[in-house]
Design a protein around this ligand. Structure first.
Ligand code: URP
Ligand code: ZN
Ligand code: ZN
Length: 473
């Protein structure tokens, strides 16, 4: 048994001081001054916050991208996750061209086997090749395997991109099977045209990544995804929203009563497009999609978060080293897209959101833990602190100071888009199903402590518009 003693427990709705007793991985009691049975391990949490483990619904461990792979596997990536207070993440199993969905899953389970995780892991399936009708039937089988969300890329033409017919078919299966469709919204045909024009004109520096992916290609694709989801009657979750105008498309759908949710990512709240003011190749470390936007968009995203239009802040952890980015020296379109962030997410959201006065601690827990747990079928096992829930707990020291950079983070990635950021507040001890994984900022778990989690149906509940209306009443 484990007793977490005297911490200030924060859930999406509660804030109180109590002890938490854990047995066989689950919370069995919460109360004032619980007497621990003999042999109980005691974790002192006085003067600390106790948060439900964060749930990151958007990571890419060991993901192929062109000729390379993200540089964290499930072991290194989940060690980083654990230090950042994330006790469960949902990774994208990427179907390869010609591959069936079960084959794609076999490949992802093999990645878990060879690099066992230290935190719990679920999978979404990213559909990339629907050329055989058999794929549609295979998608129907996924909820039975604990996979209740499907991802479609509307960009990355020639690799992950699926056309509108494929998107609609995936949405139809989701509507039938009670799953959630996730979309990467950028108009891949238009991006491809702009990229080909730029490269032909000799505009090959990383700056042209920004110039060939303007906000309107994201806004247009967001509006299209929303309308196709409406046509299919499918619930939709738009990943990595980067700008206010794309969020406005989601808000409009929510006002119409449509079941649409939006996510932004930590880096869209920190990085702005001034990093591309130069033609220097050093800017390659900021190549992720959609790209960073004008600084004014940070406030627009926070507004959309506070309004409930955006329900989740994810990491989109997709780390590539600077050496890997060298693939695109001489042609920016060959720079692998993505940034590390699985460890930084809670640190940055606490710093900018809570300490910056933009959101409350409860809202932070909602954005990082409870809402992703609900949307991705993990709640109430994950995403809250309650009797019966998994004892995924973060003992968070609100006074601990850290400087973020590649040297201080656990990812294998040698570049950080958050480099130099100073934060106050960080996880001190992290439990996964009651097992200490990080204790006093030391890794104490073996690879394999984390397990694959079969997820249930998304708990969609009231649409964001209905919740907002209730709150306004
Ligand atoms: O640049 C990004 N976001 N890379 C990861 C793949 C994706 O688009 O989510
Ligand atoms: Zn994406
Ligand atoms: Zn992603």
């Amino acid at each position: 048994m484990v007793l977490v003693r005297g911490g200030r427990i924060i859930t999406e709705v509660d804030d109180y001081v109590a002890d938490i007793l854990v047995d066989e991985g689950r919370i069995v009691a919460i109360g004032r001054k619980i007497e621990p049975p003999a042999g109980t391990e005691v974790v002192e949490a006085a003067e600390r916050l106790v948060l439900p483990g964060c749930v990151d619904p958007h990571t890419h461990m060991d993901m192929p991208f062109g000729p390379t792979f993200t540089c964290d596997d499930f072991t290194s990536g989940t060690v980083a996750a654990a230090f950042g207070g994330t006790t469960c993440h949902v990774d994208f199993c990427m179907q390869q061209p010609g591959q069936s969905i079960p084959e794609a899953l076999d490949a992802w389970f093999e990645k878990l086997r060879v690099a066992p995780p230290v935190v719990d892991v679920g999978f979404h399936v990213a559909v990339t090749d629907l050329s055989s009708p058999a794929r549609i039937d295979e998608l129907r089988e996924l909820p039975g395997r604990g996979i209740t969300s499907f991802k479609v890329f509307m960009a990355y033409k020639g690799s992950f991109m699926v056309d509108d017919a494929g998107l609609l078919q995936t949405m139809e299966v989701a509507a039938e099977s009670g799953s959630l469709v996730m979309t990467h919204c950028e108009n891949g045909d238009v991006v491809d045209l702009l990229v080909r024009r730029a490269v032909a004109a000799g505009d090959v520096s990383p700056r042209h990544h920004l110039l060939t992916r303007p906000p309107l290609v994201e806004v247009e694709a967001t509006a299209r995804a929303v309308r196709l989801a409406e046509l299919a009657g499918a619930p939709l979750y738009v990943v990595h929203v980067s700008c206010g105008e794309a969020a406005a498309e989601i808000a409009a759908a929510q006002r119409r009563g449509q079941a649409v949710w939006g996510e932004t990512c930590t880096h869209y709240l920190v990085v702005d497009d001034s990093v591309f003011a130069t033609d220097d190749f050093a800017a390659a470390r900021y190549v992720f999609s959609p790209p960073a936007r004008d600084r004014s968009e940070h406030d627009r995203l926070w507004d959309a978060i506070r309004a409930g239009t955006l329900s989740v802040i994810a990491s989109d952890h997709a780390p590539f080293s600077f050496e890997q980015r060298e693939l695109g020296r001489g042609d920016f379109s060959k720079i692998p897209n993505g940034a590390a962030g699985v460890e930084e997410r809670l640190l940055v959201v606490h710093e900018l959101g809570v300490r910056g006065g933009r959101i409350s601690l409860n809202e932070m827990v909602g954005l990082l833990s409870t809402r992703p747990a609900k949307l991705f079928g993990l709640y109430p096992r994950k995403g809250t602190i309650a009797v019966g829930a998994d004892a995924d707990l973060v003992i968070f020291d609100p006074e601990l100071r850290l400087s973020i950079g590649p040297e201080s983070m656990r990812t294998r990635c040698d570049t950080s888009v958050f480099d130099g950021m100073q934060v106050t507040g960080a996880p001190e001890t992290v439990l996964v199903r009651g097992i200490p994984v990080v204790r006093n900022r030391e890794l104490v778990a073996e690879p394999g402590t984390g397990r694959f989690v079969k997820r249930g149906a998304p708990m969609l509940g009231a649409t964001p518009a209905r919740v907002a209306a209730e709150v306004a009443r």
